[in-house]
Design a protein around this ligand. Structure first.
Ligand code: ASP
Ligand code: SER
Ligand code: ZN
Length: 455
């Protein structure tokens, strides 16, 4: 009986088709028993939402964005339409490369990609198959995992490194209690939720995280993500309790990720996690690919999880349709297909933490857009004028001051005001993300010439 940690490792590292199917199937066997309970939860939560004046829970969730629920949905769709052409190019290229590994019988032309082949249990981020799709394999590998293992980086050290990124910008260090009260590794003596999270337990500066990090680059980036939450708390915990929130919940998810965009190969080299990074177009495209497998691949998944829940809460999708509706969205937006035949008794959405835990998800979609806006604005504040993918705000006090001022507003102003205070405009804007990935997009378009893209 394997933990999600172990099964995720199989998804990340195995290149054997049947082994991947088995690990995927194993994890997805945990959720069918949750299905009736989920249906009951939807009923009960909707009663609660109605009692406080909303049509359903989806309407409640869509009403904290300083616009109407309908406008919010349209806004999210607008952003998706802007990034979809880039996603489609990435999908097309990755499918062609997977055909080389697994054969066209397993990965057919013009069809969705089998979901177990993308390196992640939910096919949400594809960075773990970088080695299969690397544009220029002869360039030095950008392999941080190897260095983390060789250097015996444990979880506390990874978190300390993340903290240093923030203090170098001018933030106060984390409180001593953080190191006593956080959970940084999976305990051996009890069952715990290992899905990473960050907390201000007292709403008064009792900052903590709860994580089970392994020495991987992915977890080093999650360390920055979680600390982004804690340093946001640090900036606003003295405000009145109603203002102790992100400008919107997408901001909260975007702060640590924005810092992680400055964890560039040069920065990694400076902390001993990469060997010399040669300059040049090939290395740059490799690095862009690595980033796109993480950030661009995620976009449709970030969108559909709550699309599914909005429809469920609104009664448009009934319990007997839960699983089919889920896969219809996965196919339509992500262009992935189920590894094995599914039935209405399966409950694949329940195999994702945020569904089981009733945690918002569209916030991650927005955060993936916002973080490039924030990155661009902070690079500008730092006086940087070069291309976005080469910018790091590491150690830059002007950028730090701009960021801290925005975080310190908490939820005291409408979120467009907070965005503007950072110099990032007044609305969600896919422009900076597209600008960041422009070199890769051109490269992908060349690679995909003559291919029949889409599914
Ligand atoms: N990093 C995790 C995820 O985004 C948890 C979090 O949001 O802090 O699901
Ligand atoms: N942390 C979120 C998740 O695990 C988004 O990346 O799904
Ligand atoms: Zn988060």
């Amino acid at each position: 009986c394997l933990h999600l940690d172990d099964l995720s490792k199989v998804l990340a590292r195995s290149r054997k088709f049947d082994e991947l199917v088995e690990a995927w199937r194993g994890w997805h066997s945990i959720s069918p028993p949750m299905k009736p309970k989920y249906a009951r939860y939807v009923e009960l939560a909707n009663i609660g939402a109605k009692e406080i004046g909303y049509d359903d829970v989806g309407a409640l969730w869509k009403s904290s964005w300083d616009m109407s629920p309908a406008d919010f949905e349209a806004d999210v769709q607008r952003l998706w339409n802007d990034v979809k052409p880039l996603y489609d190019e990435l999908h097309c290229y990755v499918r062609a490369r997977l055909q080389k590994t697994y054969g066209k019988d397993k990965v057919p032309d013009h069809a969705p990609i089998p979901a177990q082949l993308l390196g992640n249990m939910w096919a949400q981020e594809w960075n773990n198959i970088y080695d299969l799709v690397v544009p220029y394999p002869k360039e030095p590998a950008l392999d941080v995992d190897k260095k983390l293992v060789a250097g015996h980086w444990d979880s506390p050290r990874m978190v300390h490194q993340g903290e240093r990124f923030f203090t170098a910008l001018g933030f106060d260090p984390l409180p001593d209690t953080f190191w006593d009260r956080s959970m940084l590794t999976r305990p051996r003596d009890r069952d715990v939720v290992c899905h990473a999270s960050a907390w201000d337990v007292s709403s008064a500066g009792d900052l903590r995280i709860k994580v089970c990090f392994q020495p991987t680059e992915e977890d080093l980036l999650v360390a920055h993500h979680e600390l982004g939450h804690d340093f946001y708390y640090q900036r606003y915990f003295k405000l009145p309790i109603l203002f102790q929130r992100g400008a919107n919940d997408g901001f909260h998810e975007a702060i640590g990720d924005t810092m992680a965009l400055s964890v560039t190969p040069d920065y990694l080299k400076s902390i001993g996690l990469l060997d010399a990074v040669p300059k040049g177009d090939h290395t740059r495209i490799n690095q862009q690919m690595k980033m796109a497998l993480d950030k661009v691949a995620f976009l449709p998944f970030g969108l559909i999880l709550d699309k599914w829940r909005w429809d469920v809460f609104a009664g448009k999708v009934t319990p007997d349709q839960y699983n089919a509706a889920w896969w219809a969205l996965k196919q339509q937006y992500q262009g992935v297909s189920a590894p094995v035949a599914r039935t209405a008794d399966d409950f694949d959405p329940g195999a994702k933490y945020h569904v089981a835990a009733s945690s918002l998800y569209i916030v991650y979609f927005l955060a993936h857009i916002y973080q490039f806006q924030f990155h661009k604005a902070l690079c500008q504040a730092a006086g940087y004028t070069g291309p976005l993918d080469q910018c790091s705000i590491h150690d830059n006090k002007q950028a730090g001051a701009k960021l801290m001022a925005m975080l310190g507003m908490g939820a005291s102003k409408p979120w467009p005001d907070a965005m503007e205070a950072m110099g990032a405009g007044r609305k969600g804007d896919a422009g900076p993300l597209l600008e960041y990935f422009a070199p890769l997009r051109q490269w992908l378009a060349d690679q995909n010439k003559g291919q029949q893209c889409g599914w």
